[in-house]
Design a protein around this ligand. Structure first.
Ligand code: F6P
Length: 551
């Protein structure tokens, strides 16, 4: 891997700093004096219509950002990723989630071997399995078909599947339901198994490494629960694990050790990062729920965005432009956070999904050669669906002192076409999306507030400064293909930012220390006095509080 180029030392960086100093954002004037602004700064990527005109983009800033991309050799790094080069340097791995959505017949090489045939081999097994579960051919120990799929996984082995399942609910086969257990908090398992019928449940234990404490603990609990429940109902549980447990992992040896037949395991590869894995076997629960065709469409959507990212000219390359704009907000305008606001209830887990994708990827303090980063990295991503967010935190976006760029996402066609009197409810909903982005951009001046007859003492409190940047993303409908496009869009935005910062966006060493400490603390929490005595005073006090107050 080539040495990272220090973006802050490039001529483009200096240009951007100058443009930032001269920047006087004034959306009212910008739109009045430039009637083409909306059209010039709107783009199409697959089925996504992306309007950047209410962002801080200007022709000069766009040009300087694209120059920055060239200065840091972004297209070379992108091509290296797609070609299977080991750009995850700290783990010595290729980064090939894009290979998971390559059509059959294409080739991508890792260490001289084409990985695409293997991808389709596993997909074919998953699809066959999904068909058997969906048709009722795959049966539980007492011969009943499966009705409930419980995915046990955490991080990338949970967030992608649960987000996509929730997003694609209208595509889920009637009579099938998925549940997701992730937290080691016993409450999660306890609550999610309430009402589950042991005769018709299928557990999918999803773990890339098959060593994750949360997942293995929950999987053991689920296995014990299954056997106990069956026995309590007077059913011979012999052989039940084979009928009610399958696994998804890169570590098939560990799967076998756990007691799941490798024939009932779906593999993937170390070149798929956990947070990039919903399109691998990790998506098996989704493939069962929405069916092979739906899942193939989902993968097709990812591929559409991959092709766009690879082939669209820089000036119209949406992930490139959005990633670079994030750099501008983060490194030049001091934005520390970025809101993602889906106007689609089905996308209610999308911000949570994006948090792992973006923050586990780009929350780094050293570059891929081990040297310190030279500028701020990794903004905080957060969000909630609109309109709920409007009644909670939008106040701060509109009138607070921090700059919070926000992505608004919506779809033209709702699943529920409801009328409220003469009004179409989806149109009321979209009116909120359009109204919010308008209010954020154009605000309300003192004069306008006064003209409404507002008492002078509260005029300033009722002023909306406006000039808050937003990106609007729309698509005709939230289909599996569109969801794939949306996810891949954010994957590539994350990639772009990581390259500018010179970091390895594909490792996650920052999660290790806490895991290690949790393991080391087990004995102390369980009351081992010698272990308790070894702790720092704060930790000791917390453990003692726990031990003194538990019932
Ligand atoms: O602890 C972080 C992490 O390694 C994530 O990167 C990953 O998605 C998650 O844990 C789960 O890991 P696994 O799929 O190996 O159980």
């Amino acid at each position: 891997m080539a040495m990272p180029i220090d973006a802050t030392q490039t001529p483009a960086w200096a240009k951007l700093a100058k443009l930032r100093d001269e920047l006087r954002v004034d959306f009212r004037t910008w739109f009045e004096t430039d009637p083409e602004r909306a059209e010039r700064h709107s783009y199409q990527a697959g089925e996504l219509f992306v309007d950047l005109s209410k962002s801080y983009i200007t022709d000069e800033i766009k040009e300087a950002l694209l120059e920055l991309a060239r200065d840091v050799q972004l297209s070379e790094r992108r091509d290296a990723m797609f070609a299977g080069e080991k750009i995850n340097v700290t783990e010595g791995r290729s980064v090939l989630h894009t290979a998971l959505r390559q059509p059959e017949g294409n080739s991508v090489y890792v260490d001289g071997a084409d990985v695409v045939p293997g991808v389709h081999e596993v997909l074919a097994r998953i699809f066959d399995f999904a068909d058997r579960v969906r048709s009722g051919q795959w049966r539980g120990i007492t011969g009943k078909p499966i009705t409930t799929i419980v995915n046990i996984g955490i991080g990338g082995s949970d967030l992608g599947p649960v987000m996509a399942y929730e997003a694609l609910k209208p595509y889920v086969q009637d009579g099938l339901e998925c549940r997701f257990i992730s937290n080691i908090d016993p409450t999660d398992l306890g609550e999610k198994l309430r009402g589950v019928d042991p005769e018709t449940v299928l557990f999918i234990v999803a773990s890339k490494t098959f060593t994750t404490l949360e997942t293995l603990t929950n999987a053991r609990q689920a296995r014990a629960w299954l056997l106990e429940e069956l026995q309590a109902a007077g059913i011979d549980a012999e052989g039940a694990v084979a009928k009610h447990f399958v696994a998804v992992s890169t570590n098939l040896e560990k799967v076998a050790e756990f007691g799941i037949d490798p024939l009932n395991a779906f593999g993937f590869w170390d070149w798929v990062g956990g947070r990039y894995s919903v399109d691998s076997a990790v998506g098996t629960s989704l493939a069962i729920a929405i069916g092979p065709q739906g899942f193939a469409d989902f993968l097709g959507g990812f591929n559409t965005m991959d092709e766009h990212f690879k082939n669209a000219v820089d000036e119209e390359n949406v992930p490139l432009l959005m990633g670079l704009l994030n750099i501008f907000y983060c490194n030049f305008m001091g934005a520390a956070t970025h809101a993602v606001l889906p106007y689609a209830q089905y996308l209610h887990r999308f911000p949570a999904y994006l948090q792992q994708l973006t923050m586990e990827s780009n929350g780094k303090r050293v570059r891929w050669d081990g040297s310190d980063v030279t500028t701020t990295t990794g903004e905080v991503f957060w969000g909630e669906p609109g309109t709920n967010g409007q009644h909670a935190f939008y106040q701060l976006i509109h009138q607070g002192t921090q700059l919070i760029p926000a992505d608004f996402i919506a779809f033209s066609n709702p699943i529920y076409a409801l009328k409220d009197g003469e009004f179409d409810q989806h149109e009321l909903f979209l009116g909120n999306f359009f109204g919010q982005t308008k209010a954020l951009a154009f605000g309300k001046t003192e004069e306008e507030v006064r003209a409404e007859g507002t008492r002078e003492e509260i005029v300033s409190a009722r002023v909306f400064p406006g000039n808050k940047p937003t990106t609007s993303i729309m698509a005709p409908a939230l289909t599996p293909a569109v969801l794939g496009q949306l996810i891949a869009l954010y994957e590539h935005i994350t990639f772009v930012q990581g390259i500018v910062w010179g970091i390895d966006s594909f490792d996650q060493w920052g999660v290790e220390l806490g895991k290690q400490m949790a393991n080391q603390l087990t004995a102390a929490v369980a009351g081992d006095e010698a272990e308790i005595a070894k702790q720092d005073p704060s930790t000791r006090a917390l453990i003692n509080f726990y031990r003194d107050t538990r019932f």
